[in-house]
Design a binder for this molecule. Structure first.
Ligand code: COS
Length: 389
């Protein structure tokens, strides 16, 4: 009934992602973190390896990875560099709502833009606003009909790839009074008049990734770009996040694993009181806890991803995985810094970056407090009301 053996395809995908992380990401990870950007050359290589369009079905030129394989690949990429991995993964977040709800014409028009290895472009998921973070139903970006167009007005913030995206999947409301019943989603191209990029954020971690405000000022969008009608937008967001949170959780496992490996190596090499510090029980027990928590996190994200890949309700498992793995990555990276002592606090040691990167795993794609809201809601039987449940 239970098989923990990955398929041959999964092994190949993980190997490819690990080699990419090791050979292409790791050597430039500290530099990208410092500079706050990623060389175009690396993006091209990632696109050629199929890592910029993992969630897009094969018939549109994407990787067509199922959720389990995508999550396993994400663990490797975050092991390489969480900032670069976030940039690549944000395409999946932006396109999953479209994979779920866009029509054939919309998919054929927009997906190939992300899969061209010679000129890979990015997409961005535009939900969060200054006044609507955890409370996603209260977004205030508006959409209204005007002749052959819809007109979009509003401001989005903390948008991953906001400044480098070619197009955005934008969640907006036809009628705020209707709360989540008014929400729809539309594809807005960066080149449309009235689209501008606001503040570029200077972040604690995942610094290689681009995070900006995106402003829509009377943007006229062709009607055929609406891909989720009014009333369905909030459900689309919820189902999207249920599907993508396993890959955030697996990313957290990747960061934690990187920190654990560094700490283990250091603990074997560092001699104090005449022996390697790993011989001190205080240190070896910390390492044992780290290994145990990483393994537990991996099982949780695999369960969530497996349910998502089977089309089963996975809200509860996705939230278990996201909250556990995010919190776990923060603990493990903090302990890895601790094991390194003063050296771990210095920027030339990888664990310093890993601890900063881990923090976002407790925040983005729904804070870990929101994951507990979802878990508690499920425990109280609220899921019975979900049309998909
Ligand atoms: N799948 C399907 N439907 C869902 C769902 C899910 N996972 N979660 C909620 N719904 C449905 C509910 O069934 C309800 O539908 P009906 O009224 O038709 O029955 C509707 O959506 C509203 O649900 P609810 O009342 O629970 O919504 P809330 O406004 O209370 O918000 C949370 C629920 C907090 C879970 C939601 O706002 C959330 O996930 N917030 C975090 C947003 C986030 O992750 N932001 C980060 C963006 S990416 S960086």
């Amino acid at each position: 009934m239970i098989d923990f053996e990955p398929t041959e395809e999964q092994k190949a995908a993980v190997k490819m992602a690990h080699d990419f992380a090791l050979n292409e990401m790791r050597p430039i990870a500290l530099e990208c973190d410092k500079e706050g950007k990623i060389p175009d050359e690396l993006i091209k290589k990632a696109a050629a390896a199929g890592l910029t369009a993992m969630a897009i079905p094969e018939e549109y030129g994407g990787g067509g990875l199922d959720q389990v394989t995508a999550a396993m690949v994400s663990e490797e990429l975050f092991w390489g560099c969480a900032g670069i991995a976030t940039t690549l993964g944000a395409n999946s977040l932006a396109t999953t709502p479209m994979v779920i709800a866009a029509n054939e014409e919309q998919k054929r028009k927009y997906f190939p833009r992300l899969t061209d290895p010679d000129n890979p472009k990015f997409a961005a998921f535009c939900l969060t606003e200054p006044g609507a973070g955890s409370d996603a139903a209260s977004i205030s970006t508006t959409i209204r009909e005007e002749g052959d167009y819809y007109v979009v007005n509003g401001q989005k913030c903390f948008i991953t790839n906001g400044g480098i995206a070619d197009f955005y999947s934008v969640f907006c409301t036809f009628d705020r009074e209707k709360k989540y019943g008014g929400i729809a989603a539309i594809i807005v191209e960066r080149s449309y008049e009235g689209v501008s990029i606001g503040k570029k954020e200077d972040k604690m971690g995942i610094r290689a990734s681009n995070t900006t405000e995106v402003i829509f000022d009377n943007v006229r969008v062709p009607k055929e770009n609406l891909f989720v009608p009014m009333g369905q937008g909030f459900y689309n967001v919820m189902v999207t996040l249920d599907m993508t949170r396993a890959s955030v959780a697996s990313g957290a496992v990747g960061i934690a694993r990187a920190a654990f490996e560094e700490a283990l190596k250091y603990a074997k090499e560092r001699v104090q009181f005449g022996r390697p510090i790993i011989a001190q029980q205080a240190i070896s027990f910390m390492l044992a806890d780290m290994a145990m928590q990483i393994e537990a996190g991996r099982r949780l994200y695999l369960l969530a991803a497996w349910k998502a890949s089977k089309g089963l309700p996975c809200s509860l498992e996705s939230s278990y995985a996201k909250a556990f793995c995010g919190d776990m990555a923060m603990r493990v990276t903090t302990d890895a810094v601790q094991i390194h002592g003063g050296y771990g606090y210095m920027k030339e040691y990888l664990v310093e970056k890993l601890m900063r990167d881990a923090k976002i795993m407790q925040i983005y794609e729904g804070t870990n407090q929101i994951q507990r809201v979802v878990i508690a809601g499920n425990l109280m039987g609220v899921t019975d009301a979900y049309p998909w449940g």
